[in-house]
Write a protein that binds this ligand. Structure first.
Ligand code: 13P
Ligand code: SF4
Length: 355
């Protein structure tokens, strides 16, 4: 469904927009559930019934009876919510153009081609288990479901990898090489048993021998918001703030994670700061909207960004867009996954929720 531009809202003042959002939300009552990812701006997330990381929000969607689910996040999150809800429920997002470039780094065609090439080593469905980060297209999730695999988020990637390696000798992790790398190393997989799969190169850029030796194959995808951070940024921050704690998201490169005190999902980062003692300084390596909100919320702690890095896609959802979907419930910006993709993708998501 095309994204209808919320033109009628452009002339409203911010106060008028906020007042109308509150009125529209109140009119919908329990018929609607507004979910807000931690990276949403304060102006949008303040209207969310539930805030959370990708895992927490997909669980909320799966357990909701609301007729309308308004997902303030990016497209793969709304797609996952649609897959996990019943057909009579409708998922919408404020701006359908809010995508995730990392999710677009793995297409179904590329993944199918990888499976054909891996047949050189033996039957791929006996050797490799696909584990797909939730930041992926619905068709990629469906492939994963059809091939015995599961979805993970940054909150449960460790559990997912452990499970995967109990099922089959090797795991094919996509599309975020860094989450996969950090998770594999944290699970004690030796570096020589981890290899990168570049989808544009034959055999992913590997020799047959390297693929035989590997236990974890990592798709060559990344998040540009988190790969901006470097170990030098961590060193500079520690020098400028001796005694500070450093917490980062596992989409950062491994050298940044290794130089930090802790790494975890956005929900983990929120709890890490909640549990930090008053008076402490915490340097945070993740999206800037979450960091500035936490800094405002915990004024007795010093909360600073490692470097300011914004997710332009999360930012696309504006309060006017939110008003548009709330005043036109279920009629605009609907996210609906095709039936043939839905069922196998649900299987992969359900395996994650059952972990
Ligand atoms: P979380 O699941 O940790 O919220 O991460 C989502 C995301 O897109 C991080 O870039
Ligand atoms: Fe995608 Fe990165 Fe934005 Fe998360 S922060 S939605 S992974 S582009």
């Amino acid at each position: 469904m095309p994204n209808s531009s919320p033109e009628p809202y452009l002339d409203l003042t911010d106060e008028e927009v906020f007042a109308r959002i509150s009125a529209a939300r109140a009119a919908l009552g329990g018929d609607a559930l507004v979910l807000g990812h931690h990276y949403q701006t304060e102006a949008v997330v303040r209207f969310a019934d539930v805030r959370g990381d990708s895992y927490e929000l997909s669980k909320k969607a799966a357990g909701s009876d609301a007729r309308l689910i308004v997902f303030c996040g990016v497209h793969f999150m709304a797609e996952s919510a649609d897959i996990l809800t019943r057909p009579e429920q409708t998922v919408v997002m404020p701006d359908l153009d809010a995508g995730c470039p990392m999710a677009d780094m793995a297409s179904l065609g590329e993944l199918e081609s990888a499976w054909v090439q891996l047949a050189e080593l033996g039957r791929p469905d006996e050797l490799f288990l696909p584990v797909t980060y939730i930041n992926s297209r619905a068709e990629v999730k469906a492939f994963c479901g059809l091939h015995g695999g599961l979805i993970c988020t940054s909150a449960n990637a460790g559990k997912a990898l452990t499970w995967a390696l109990q099922q089959r000798p090797k795991t094919f992790f996509l599309p975020d090489q860094h989450l996969g790398h950090n998770t594999a190393l944290a699970q004690g997989i030796p570096p020589e048993e981890i290899t990168l799969w570049d989808p544009v190169l034959p055999l992913g850029g590997n020799t047959r021998e390297a693929l035989r030796q590997a236990r974890v194959l990592l798709w060559k995808g990344h998040c540009h918001v988190h790969t901006r951070f470097s170990p030098a940024h961590v060193a500079q921050a520690r020098q400028a703030h001796p005694g500070a704690l450093v917490v980062v998201h596992p989409e950062c490169v491994h050298e940044v994670v290794a130089a930090s005190d802790a790494a975890g999902s956005t929900g983990f980062i929120v709890r890490y700061i909640e549990n930090a003692p008053p008076g402490s300084t915490i340097i945070v390596g993740t999206e800037i909207n979450l960091i500035t909100r936490l800094a405002r919320q915990y004024r007795d702690r010093t909360i600073l960004p490692l470097v300011s890095s914004m997710c332009p896609n999360m930012y696309k959802n504006s309060p006017r867009d939110l008003l548009h979907v709330l005043e036109n419930p279920g009629r605009v910006n609907v996210v609906r996954v095709a039936d043939e993709v839905r069922e196998p993708a649900r299987l992969a998501l359900q395996r994650m929720l059952d972990l």
